[in-house]
Design a binder for this molecule. Structure first.
Ligand code: UGA
Length: 440
């Protein structure tokens, strides 16, 4: 990895997950990095070393390369020092399912005329966005080059994903900028896919949609396993050894969440619809995922009967482990449904509580797993935080009022849970009959 100081400086517009990780990553590779964000508090915080997101390794990477990272609310330093400007602003979904591109357009509009600069799109955008941006840049006589360089990092392992990517996709329609972006990523030694802008945009959407499809597929297999007595963990193990299938993204659970899969699957479906194509498969992927979040309720009712007045403890709230991100987390639907069914909900998450408080109401927050489970009629493991594997399950069983544990991530050892005296239910794994005492 070259860090000889001769690297091309870069600008990064937007300091969310993608922007900050990209900035820290390029700084680690030796570039001077000029970060820009319209959020003054965020920029002030970053200047003072406060990282606005919880992402393993990011704070450390930023601290180590702090002298190469520059933060500003003004575009001028980035434009003055860097010709390659990565765009990493949010593209949240709209009510129609289309992506909201207003932040992207604001960036384009803020650019001055220059034939020296390139905009490199990291934000996830619909296919055709690059074309319309290039048209807008040309109409405004701005002279910018344009590159699509989608990001594939996962929250929770974003730093590692930046430094060890499976591939780097560079879409451009000619000009100098594609080579400049390739040179920036070259030290990582990853396969580089050079292609046109539209295909690069589609690689991103199709990759996320495919992974989401894999999850909905294994979740449906899990549901059939429950009917037939097979164990989805064994099934996924057997399937995953086939090279053509692979073991990843075959963990059945309570459905996918996060800021990307739900949004990008909906955006691809919408994009297809807008062009007159009905993407049947993605409709099912979305529907299966919605139903999957609710299946936990039926598992609770199977053992507890009515949930009115029942104390339910949620272990974990974040959409997956190693992040504080609550966007589209399955816990949002679950906690609301439980309360709708009359249950009292308490929850514990080791890092996502602050984010959860912004989105969840009516839930009592506990400061430890032990506090959450004390007196509970049932526990639902929602997020696969490693610390939940360290729980003394006998102590958990003793502290509860009831004995039901629904493992929404197939994360715990069923044998150990049952040996501790818990009634253990998982997703797509052999279950226990309801006890006559607790049913009804
Ligand atoms: C996802 C993609 O994995 C990244 O490649 C992509 O860059 C990113 O979206 C994005 O577009 O920005 P992320 O949303 O951070 O990354 O998280 P994932 O690890 O992909 O998990 C997504 C959801 O699927 C989580 O709720 C997770 O719990 C769930 N999941 C994942 C399963 O239910 N089962 C699995 O086997 C894997």
């Amino acid at each position: 990895m070259s860090t000889d100081g001769s690297r091309e400086p870069v600008g990064v517009i937007g300091t969310g997950y993608v922007g900050l990780v990209t900035a820290a990553g390029f700084a680690a590779l030796g570039s001077e990095v000029y970060c820009v964000d319209i959020d003054e508090d965020k920029i002030r915080g970053l200047e003072e070393g406060r990282i606005p997101i919880w992402e393993p390794g990011l704070e450390e990477l930023i601290a180590v390369h702090r002298e190469r990272l520059h933060f500003s609310t003004d575009l001028a330093p980035a434009l003055a020092h860097a010709r390659v400007l990565f765009v990493a602003v949010g593209t949240p979904p709209t009510y129609s399912g289309d992506a909201d591109l207003s932040a992207v357009h604001a960036v384009v509009d803020a650019m001055p005329a220059s034939d020296r600069h390139a905009l490199v799109m990291k934000s996830t955008v619909p296919v055709g966005t690059g074309e319309s941006i290039e048209r807008a840049l040309a109409q405004q006589d701005k002279g910018f080059a344009y590159v699509s360089c989608p990001e594939f990092l996962k929250e929770g392992s974003a730093v590692q994903d930046f430094l060890e990517p499976d591939r780097v996709v560079i879409g451009e329609d000619g000009g100098w900028a594609g080579d400049a972006v390739e040179a920036l990523y070259a030290p990582l030694g990853a396969p580089i896919v050079r292609t046109d802008v539209k295909s690069a945009e589609m690689v991103k959407l199709a990759s996320n949609a495919f992974l989401a499809t894999k999850i909905s597929f294994i979740n449906e297999i899990a549901n059939v396993c429950e009917e037939t007595g097979a164990d989805v963990v064994e099934v996924a193990r057997g399937m995953g050894l086939d090279d053509r299938i692979g073991p990843k993204f075959l963990q059945a659970g309570i459905g996918f969440g996060g800021s990307c899969f739900p949004k990008d699957v909906a955006a691809l479906k919408q994009l297809a619809g807008n062009s007159g194509y009905h993407f049947q498969l993605l409709n099912s992927v979305i529907e299966v995922n919605e139903l999957q979040k609710r299946r936990v309720i039926a598992k609770l009712q199977k053992h507890l009967g009515s949930l009115v007045g029942k104390e339910i403890a949620l272990l974990g709230l974040a959409f997956k482990a190693n992040t504080d991100d609550m966007r589209e987390a399955s816990s949002l639907v679950l906690s609301a449904r439980l309360q709708g069914a009359g249950a009292r909900v308490r929850a514990y998450d080791p890092v996502a509580e602050a984010e959860a408080r912004k989105l969840i109401s009516g839930v009592a927050f506990a400061s430890s797993a032990a506090e959450a489970v004390a007196g509970a009629d049932a526990i639902v493991l929602v997020t696969e935080w490693p610390e939940f594997r360290e729980l003394d399950l006998a102590e958990v069983a003793a502290a509860m009022r009831g004995s039901l544990l629904v493992d929404g991530r197939n994360f715990l050892d069923p044998g150990a849970a049952r040996a501790a005296g818990l009634v253990y239910e998982a997703i797509g794994r052999p279950s226990q009959s309801p006890s006559p005492v607790s049913a009804g």
